[in-house]
Design a protein around this ligand. Structure first.
Ligand code: SAH
Ligand code: SF4
Length: 432
């Protein structure tokens, strides 16, 4: 979602006549987009700002702007700590980035941060420059902002505000504009796409998420459709059925489990248990036997004991995810769990993370090796003189050997025979 926000700000800045340069030393404006999902992301911002201090001293006219979740969360307090910041741009204000930068030139210290309950995501159409920069292969489309779930550990409801769905017609128009530019794959983005359509304080035509998926899938020219992220508590049967019905909906679901322990899931306020999650995966596989599954895991949530962690490892053994993103729990300001007792020692968190990741790596390798010998359709993302790569419908990164003389380019679909597999990628040969 942050990557998408950065693209949007870059497009607005280009439209306002700004140009990108290749180093901070050449820049008149430095815009830093930030994430605050874990403490580590926030530390990165502080050290980057520290490194920029000498430059600001040397060139006092340079504008330093901070956007995104950290900007939203700390607002004025961030500027008090780091006075070199000239502009703070909250998560709902990125669409006004060009005007805000112009205003910050006149009045350094500007803070544009309030979250508005009746916020509406503006219509946003890609321009030709964006197309040239990013190629025409795979693009994100935001369908909603914010989150109302309040998982105990999560800062998103505070940094991105209440959940707001975008109007159906705006989404369809944006996807159509991308297809007209030759984009082949669209990923619909939201913190919890399954609750799309349930909230839009500003009105406009909405529908439930499966209906949105069907409408987008039907747009002529869309070869591949994906979405992320799904909350297990809201994954409806109607949505799962879409995987059987829509030929361009790719067989991959990212379904964050977070923990395999019912007691921890309860304290996390996730509102599903192990059995619910197992039943969902079983159902998904009934609709699409070739479904790939990835997840997010947090280790070391407050109070997580050895038995809780063993329950997470047990879910890994039962479900054998294709891939997972796993993290050490970190306290985030304002969240419920920041005040929970029984915080887990950093060393123990580190050990648990290593145990989980080692086993996941083995499983990913085993699962990837099962593709050897298969013929898969790859959407090419990167092609140069010596190598070429793309993704399978199941979202596996695939490197392709021995480019033949055939004229292939990013955005093409090719058939590849898989010849080898590692933990993180497949390897194959172009089929004749
Ligand atoms: N909306 C998505 C998740 C967005 S955050 C969803 O509900 O699935 C991405 C991931 O960051 C989460 O799934 C979680 O695994 C991790 N995460 C969030 N807050 C965290 C925290 N305080 N400490 C460690 N990991 C965290
Ligand atoms: Fe955070 Fe939970 Fe919302 Fe995901 S669903 S963004 S983890 S509060």
């Amino acid at each position: 979602m942050n990557a998408r926000d950065s693209e949007i700000m870059a497009q607005f800045l280009r439209q306002a006549g700004h140009k990108e340069c290749s180093s901070a030393a050449e820049a008149d404006i430095i815009l830093i987009n930030t994430c605050s999902i874990r403490a580590k992301a926030e530390h990165k911002l502080i050290s980057l700002l520290g490194a920029l201090r000498p430059l600001k001293k040397e060139k006092p006219d340079i504008i330093i702007a901070v956007a995104g979740c950290v900007a939203q969360q700390y607002g004025a307090a961030l500027r008090e700590k780091m006075p070199i910041i000239d502009l703070i741009v909250g998560t709902q204000r990125i669409y006004q980035i060009a005007e805000l930068l112009a205003a910050a030139r006149r009045k350094p210290g500007l803070i544009a941060g309030t979250l508005d309950k009746s916020y509406q995501i503006p219509i946003f159409l890609p321009d030709a420059a964006t197309r040239r920069r990013s190629g025409s292969v795979s693009r994100f489309v935001t369908i909603m902002q914010g989150c109302d779930n309040f998982c105990a550990y999560c800062v998103v409801p505070y940094t991105r505000g209440r959940e707001v769905s975008r109007q159906l017609s705006d989404i369809l128009e944006e996807v159509q504009a991308l297809l007209d530019q030759g984009v082949a794959e669209i990923t619909l983005l939201g913190q919890n796409v399954n609750s799309y359509g349930l909230t839009n304080s500003a009105g406009g035509r909405l529908c439930r998420f499966p209906e949105l998926l069907r409408a987008v899938a039907a747009l002529p020219g869309l070869r591949r459709l994906r979405f992320t992220t799904s909350h297990p508590k809201d994954l409806s049967d109607d949505l799962m059925r879409c995987f059987a019905e829509l030929p361009n909906l790719c067989p991959h679901v990212h379904l964050p489990l977070q923990s395999g322990s019912d007691a921890v899931l309860k304290r996390m306020n996730r509102r599903y248990d192990r059995q619910d999650y197992l039943a969902l995966v079983e159902r998904l596989l009934q609709y699409r036997p070739d479904m790939a599954l990835s997840t997010d895991i947090i280790v070391g949530f407050p109070g997580e004991d050895e038995a809780d962690f063993a329950a997470t490892m047990d879910m890994l053994e039962r479900l054998r995810f294709d891939a997972s993103f796993s993290f050490k729990y970190s306290d985030r300001p304002g969240t419920a769990s920041a005040n929970f007792p029984d915080k887990i020692d950093e060393r123990i968190k580190g050990e648990r993370l290593q145990v989980f990741q080692r086993r996941q790596d083995q499983i990913s390798l085993e699962r990837n090796r099962a593709y050897i010998g298969k013929r898969l359709e790859i959407l090419l993302e990167q092609v140069d003189a010596v190598s070429c790569s793309g993704r399978t419908p199941s979202n596996h990164l695939t490197h392709i050997n021995h480019l033949s003389a055939r004229d292939i380019k990013p955005g093409d679909f090719v058939t590849v025979v898989i010849t080898d597999a590692g933990q993180h990628a497949l390897r194959g040969e172009l089929a004749s």
